[in-house]
Design a protein around this ligand. Sequence first.
Ligand code: FE2
Length: 465
Amino acid sequence: MKKRRILVVDDSRACRKLVKGLLASLNANLEEASNGREALDMVLENRFDLIITDVDMPEMDGVELCKNIKSFPPLRYIPIIMVSSFDSDKDVSRGFEAGASEYVSKKTVRENLYERVKSVLKESDFARDKTILVVDDSHSIRLMLREGLSMSGFGVVTAKNGEEALEILRKVKIDLILSDIHMPVMNGITLCRKVHEDPLINTIPFIVMSTDRDRSLMKKLHSLGSDTYIVKPFNMDSLTILIGKLLSDHYLLLLKEKEQLEMERNMMLASISSLILALEAKDNYTKGHSENVSAIASGMVSLTGADKDEIEVVRLGGILHDIGKIGVRDSILLKKGRLSEEEKLEIMKHPRVGFNIIKPIPSLGEVTSLILYHHERFDGKGYPEGLKGSDIPFWARIMAVADTFDALTSNRPYRSGYTEEEAYEIIHESRGTQLCPDAVDLFFQWISDQKTKKRIDKPEEKILK
Ligand SMILES: [Fe+2]
């Protein structure tokens, strides 16, 4: 995890030393300033994750420092903890009014500071990667909410009406919607309905805000899918707490769904792996073929700058690409002589059979096209659909090269395998006819990288030669 940067502000060197000592076990760089003015200069030049400040200091006190930071939008996200020996209710409220996140009395600093710092950092991390969409036709309300929410660390985007909001929702990842009801062009009711009809965005928590007289409308909105409503005018602190709660509940729910999906996927993969093992047990010649294709194809894809999820899709696609052969009769799959036309047609069904085996598993959705199209040819003469050129998904074109190479170099019932050099030549000759030129180039790039790696891993071989 990235090291945090914390600024400790106090005119007493002993107090700064004490605070730094209390926080020594945090993964943080602790820097010092001796008054508010010096701290403000440092904060303007460097990015800090937290400020811990004394209140009573010369030149600029802690309350002034806090007000200055919170009134400057680019700095507003920085949480501030005030540590002071002035701890009457009046002092504490002055601190909170200035925008402090926490107020710790110097009398209890040894017992409380460490835990408060941890909790403030956790809250600010949580808020920092969350974006709230504020939808209201009133400029002053949009401004007030933007300022208030960004002070708690949230990212805020605003829209003047429902139509603008939908436009933003199509382009920006939004974590929560806060919407007015009465707006021109598209009101909050239509917006709420449209959001909840769209499967891509209908899980985003939706808060409705309106005036007291709209209560019956708010109830209607609740039935349309809004999570909760607030009555204007509202208190910014309560709204922030409500948003934090909705977001953390929502986050936990998503996490649970993700875990469940992951569990289901692993269980399905375990049973499919058994099918692959069963297939390889009956067909000795394809033993290890799935792993080889998977390793070559995912290695090739990783050279394209694909992210780890895409590489994983191809890795799984390689493992599963021939799963449909489980449906091919043994007398054909294991036949030593040449196949008849009828038998060839039977074998050619395996991409579609494999596709049908994997299709019902939602978490393997992206893998299905690799299974279905791994025997398509670049010139359109492949099967099962005879797709041509770029109509074949690129990952499937890559899989076809990896599959061809491994098939050529392994022993088959009807012939013994080619050498690697012979296989390279055949692949090169198939460039632009059977195989996609880009995928073939990527294959040779991968082969060359593998050879370089081998030379680096085993330099002694080079010396011996
Ligand atoms: Fe195949």
